[in-house]
Design a protein around this ligand. Sequence first.
Ligand SMILES: [Cu+2]
Length: 131
Amino acid sequence: MSILGRQVPVTAIAALAAAMILAALIPALSSTPSREITLVAKDMAFYLAGDPRTANPTLEVKAGERVRIVLRNQDRGMTHDVAVPAAAAALDPIRWNESSDVVFEAPGTPGTYEYICRSHRLMMRGTIRVD
Ligand SMILES: [Cu+2]
């Protein structure tokens, strides 16, 4: 192929095109969550990592914020998950000693929403405060 009168190998053009496509995709791939919250499931309740005293703590996020919730299941013999119904977000149930995460966009409207473990929602439920 010739560009501006110079011979350019087709492979070079293909490589350039691939690089441009990749460059266009990188912002989407790297839209990292602005807030990461690690929850520990233990004794049929959620706890913030580092605060083993406050069961089912209130989580605070900003409206529309990209949030990652990491769940670590430290409840031997129990399977737990985390779901945020208002954001249509949930991670698949995990067993003891496993961890998983879910990324979602916080609701755009300030208010209080709930997070739950879908299997044990009567005991494992807390509030997400969206400001
Ligand atoms: Cu559970």
